[in-house]
Design a protein around this ligand. Structure first.
Ligand code: ADP
Ligand code: MG
Length: 696
């Protein structure tokens, strides 16, 4: 199977080079796993009267009754009248007329195949393939023709679909013994999967629709199965190898806070995930857990409580946030909440002065600072801890993997890691992306939340929107107006923002109205100042770029206006909307767009108006964008499948994952004779050494 393609019958040096350059196919193995994109179904004959009203490729049986030549300005064409019992249509040629004319026998029965063309309600097939029915019956025909993805260059250099099909036939004929099996018999029996050999032959040249489906299922299962095997193996290895701190006790701080200072009753979901986390931190293995919860589901309090567990066990904890504003906000609210417990909390960001740092570093090393809150600055090498036991990372989608890895180097034993994300991704996808992470989900919002009313408006409604905003402000509410800032450096985006700010200032004049503005090009103390004014209710409107996207919690803000909403992705829109609806009042999210939008933008707006459910929105997002675009998976290639489809084949993924777990639980080192094929296949699979999700 590792033989270079140049040695395959029908290939040779030129074609081998082309196949390598254009399709990255080098060996027999590569070609064998180059699966067709689609198939042309020649098992079916259409009647002319019931032809599909599109440009599909179809096959008909009938007679040619006459042939004529038509000369037009643009050239000569040959038209044959073709009929079956149900109707008539035309076959058309624009080139090579005479020799084709000579081939045609009038009133004999033909099988004709080609792509339909419709003009003024009349069907024709240009340049059809045609063959006398008598000879058609005698020749052994494929019923499904594989169509492979190709490139212009390949076609120009003579590597047409026909040629590739021929090469594929040669390949399959070369291999006279069966292709080796990669799935154990018992597994195949359980899921009724056909053999690898049969599947490979049927996937290229299926004998029926049903066999094609079975071949696809077998190969998809295999693809998922081996991906999951690798992830589960890593998960198990990590759990065996990487020791973690044992948090045995639930101590005084936790109890004290829980009983005396908890500001509200926890939801059932919050209680459940705290329990999951607590158990995980008590096992003696390092915790690597993803905490998913929709915006506003109350992840912060969970973080606080589990940090208290770390402290009760004599360790330090840190909370890392992606933005300065968010770090400050966490610092403020945690300091207040922990004040009663007299637990010192420190803040470290890019703006912490050198002088402050010296003190802070000392406090971390001698352990007098038990809780550190900060931004990326926490990860710098200079920041050392006495005994960091737990690192909580908030809103993980802004965080790079390499940065998370840095946390490991802070102490001898790595801290437990809890990654909190408000970007819900469908569970099945989470399983495959984060196959080696453990997952906790807060699937419930705190009680009494009113659903945010979401409206889609265009620029022509702006006056109404402003009038509405004035009403809301009169009721004492506050308002966000958010502008897209797709690239930090984009001057155009800043111009939009500043124009918008000016126009708002005219419509909402001082002194009656006060407007804050926050964007990425401001100094951070200015940002903090403006933010503070808004938090304190001194300003009613906050004009901002997406710096406020993540995590900011201002319950009195009840209106979110998103300008140029069509430029935001779904998950971002959902995040932004999550900034309102945190108080008791009815909240609103208004999506402003131009009159015209792309089809995809329309779907995004409709989805937002229809749904408040982060998981549902994530599903739509996944369908619109494809999994490759989710959270930095682009570089990883991990979600690129040859044949399986993460969205459509979710049940198969689930089955494959369960099976992978079961097999590795029963036979962790794959010693059983039945599992030798798995062992061999795993060894042959090139392990991606920087498989990114392993790190955390
Ligand atoms: P997120 O999960 O988006 O980070 P937060 O932790 O910021 O959400 O919580 C959102 C708001 O809900 C905060 O004002 C918080 O105080 C409040 N909250 C959290 N849990 C509860 C609860 N169980 N009952 C009532 N309010 C809660
Ligand atoms: Mg949050």
């Amino acid at each position: 199977m590792q033989t270079p393609l140049v040695y395959l019958k029908g290939v040779g040096p030129d074609r081998a080079r082309l196949l390598k350059e254009e399709l990255n196919l080098q060996t027999f193995q590569d070609l064998l796993h180059f699966f067709p994109n689609r198939y042309i179904d020649r098992s079916r004959f259409y009647a002319i009267r019931e032809l599909p009203q599109n440009n599909s490729e179809i096959q008909i049986k009938g007679k040619i009754t006459s042939v004529s030549f038509i000369t037009q300005q643009r050239g000569k064409r040959m038209v044959a009248q073709f009929e079956d019992e149900s109707g008539t249509m035309e076959l058309v040629w624009f080139r090579g007329h005479q020799w084709i004319r000579d081939l045609i026998k009038i009133n004999e029965s033909y099988v004709v195949f080609g792509r339909l063309n419709w003009f003024k309600g009349k069907a024709s097939i240009p340049h059809p393939e045609f063959e006398l029915e008598a000879t058609f019956q005698q020749s052994t025909k494929m019923l499904f023709y594989p169509i492979y993805s190709s490139t212009e260059k390949l076609v120009n250099k003579g590597l047409s679909q026909k040629v590739i099909q021929k090469i594929m036939v040669n390949l399959l004929e070369t291999k006279t013994t069966p292709f080796s099996e990669t799935l154990p018999q018992a597994l195949r029996d359980q899921y009724k999967l056909i053999s690898k050999d049969y599947a490979l032959r049927q996937i290229h040249f299926p004998e029926s629709q049903q066999l094609l489906s079975r071949a696809q299922m077998r190969l998809k299962f295999e693809e998922f199965f081996y991906m999951q095997m690798q992830l589960v193996l890593k998960n198990l290895q990590r759990k065996q190898k990487i020791k973690g701190h044992v948090f045995e006790i639930i101590g005084t701080n936790f109890h004290h806070f829980f009983e005396k200072h908890l500001p509200f009753e926890l939801t059932e979901a919050q209680k459940r995930v705290i329990k999951e986390i607590r158990m995980d931190m008590g096992t003696g293995r390092q915790m690597n857990r993803l905490l998913q919860g929709d915006v506003g589901s109350g992840k912060t309090i969970v973080a606080l409580l589990v940090m208290l567990i770390a402290i009760d066990n004599g360790f330090q904890a840190c909370l890392v946030a992606p933005t300065e504003i968010l770090a400050q906000q966490h610092f403020q609210s945690l300091s207040e909440q922990l004040h009663a417990l007299q637990i010192p909390v420190a803040l470290l960001t890019g703006n912490t002065t050198k002088k402050e740092r010296v003190v802070l570093h000392q406090g971390l090393v001698d352990g007098s600072i038990p809780i550190l809150i900060g931004t990326h600055a926490v990860l710098e090498d200079a920041v050392q801890f006495k005994n960091l036991g737990l690192a909580v990372i908030d809103e993980q989608h802004r965080f790079g993997v390499a940065q998370r890895a840095k946390l490991w180097q802070k102490n001898e034993l790595p801290p437990h890691v809890l990654v909190m994300t408000a970007t819900p991704i469908p569970r099945t996808l989470a399983m495959s992306v984060y196959g080696d992470l453990d997952l906790s989900v807060i699937d419930e919002l705190p009680p009494g939340r009113k659903k945010v009313k979401t409206l889609h408006r265009t620029d022509s409604n702006r006056l109404q929107v402003f009038a509405f905003v004035k009403d809301q402000i009169a009721l004492g509410r506050q308002v966000y107006v958010v502008y897209p800032l797709i690239q930090e450096s984009s001057q155009l985006d800043y111009k939009d923002l500043m124009d918008g700010y000016e126009s708002l200032s005219r419509s909402f004049p001082m002194p009656e109205y006060q407007i804050s503005i926050v964007h990425g090009q401001m100094k951070s103390e200015d940002k903090a100042y403006e933010m503070q004014r808004f938090i304190e209710g001194k300003t009613q409107i906050m004009v901002a770029t997406t710096v406020i996207e993540v995590g900011v919690n201002i319950p009195n803000a009840s209106v979110m206006i998103i300008e140029s909403a069509e430029r935001f992705g779904l998950s971002q829109l959902h995040q932004l909307r999550g900034r309102v609806g945190r108080g008791a009042d009815q909240s609103y999210c208004i999506l402003m767009t131009g009159q015209k939008q792309s089809q995809e933008a329309k779907i995004r707006m409709e989805t937002m108006v229809r749904s408040n459910d982060g998981f549902e929105i994530a599903e739509v997002d996944l369908k619109l964008r494809g999994p490759g675009n989710l959270m930095g998976t682009q570089q990883s290639g991990i979600l690129q499948f040859k044949i399986a489809d993460l969205i459509q084949d979710q049940p198969l993924l689930k089955a494959a994952r369960e099976k992978a777990f079961q097999i590795l639980n029963e036979d962790p080192s794959l010693k059983h004779p039945d599992h030798q094929c798995i062992k061999k296949t795993l060894a042959a699979l090139k392990f991606d050494s920087n498989i990114w999700n392993f790190i955390s």
